[in-house]
Design a protein around this ligand. Structure first.
Ligand SMILES: NC(=O)CC[C@H](N)C(=O)O
Length: 272
């Protein structure tokens, strides 16, 4: 698939607030991104505004405070999706099409049951959640991630295994939790761990470099097939070096580290 033929659905509802930079990020790697309100996918709009998920090649859930973070961040957005287009989303994922959830988007993917999705896609009762940060407050700062994926995730092929990327974090509910006793081990066994928080030198993270207290310093995971990825930090905010933290620019020329996520998925689609 040529880059210019790639169509991206950047889906939003009231409270989403990172759709512009998410659409811009895909545009910077040559794809055609469209900001689509959930109501357009549900048909609750003028006929000419109706959109069908199957017409897109990538589904992206941007950050924000969808539905005001009521109940839990992402819970209401996920419930509305599941009730209205659950089958279409499941078909999209099972067709191997790439799905990205950033921050609130990650929370939505977990609430939908699309991550970690150990046994099935969109299980009725999700077996994980993004919980309140250990600090009990909203954490907003540059964070450094190490790519710990062994090659399964389609969103990280341009980042060497063990490579470091600086991507900023900004969230109140970023602690990945699960009711499954050996949750982290299962993620590791399935190669579903993607990013871990580390210090700028690549060492074991401690607060504030792990801003939320996530076990094993996990910052991002993928599904067993590797086409769905969710991460708390915001790669779409560091597409260029000038938006990166000054101390993190040593190993990048004019691009920001976040661009590698978007170039990676375009390479995956180029082979489909
Ligand atoms: N930047 C975001 O998407 C924030 C996500 C969510 N509102 C939280 O605070 O955890």
């Amino acid at each position: 698939m040529k880059a210019e033929d790639v169509k991206v659905c950047v889906v939003r509802i009231e409270g989403t607030n990172c759709e512009d930079e998410m659409a811009n990020a895909f545009g910077m790697v040559g794809a055609k991104a469209e900001k689509v309100h959930l109501k357009q996918l549900l048909g609750q709009c003028a006929p000419e505004l109706k959109r069908d998920l199957e017409d897109y090649d990538i589904l992206a859930f941007p950050g924000g405070f969808s539905a005001g973070d009521y109940v839990r961040a992402g819970a209401i957005f996920a419930a509305r999706i599941k009730a209205g287009i659950g089958k279409e989303v499941r078909d999209f994922v099972e067709a191997g099409k790439p799905v990205l959830g950033v921050c609130n988007g990650f929370q939505i993917l977990v609430e939908l049951g699309l991550l970690p999705a150990f046994d099935e896609t969109m299980a009725d009762v999700p077996n994980a959640a993004l919980y309140n940060n250990d600090s009990g407050r909203f954490e907003c700062r540059p964070t450094v991630l190490r790519n710990d994926n062994k090659g399964k995730c389609v969103w990280t092929s341009d980042i060497p295994k063990g490579g470091l990327v600086m991507t900023p974090s900004a969230h109140g509910e970023g602690k990945l939790m699960s009711n499954i006793p050996d949750f982290v081990e299962k993620l590791e066994e399935n190669d579903q761990v993607v990013f871990r928080y580390v210090t700028p030198e690549g060492g074991k993270a401690y607060y504030p470099w792990n801003p939320n207290g996530s076990p094993s310093d996990i910052a991002g995971i993928c599904n067993p097939a590797g086409n769905v990825m969710g991460m708390m930090p915001h790669p779409e905010r560091v597409m260029t070096a000038y938006t990166a933290a000054d101390w993190s620019r040593g190993h990048r020329s004019d691009d920001g580290d976040g661009k590698l996520i978007f170039t990676s998925v375009m390479k995956y689609l180029a082979k489909r």
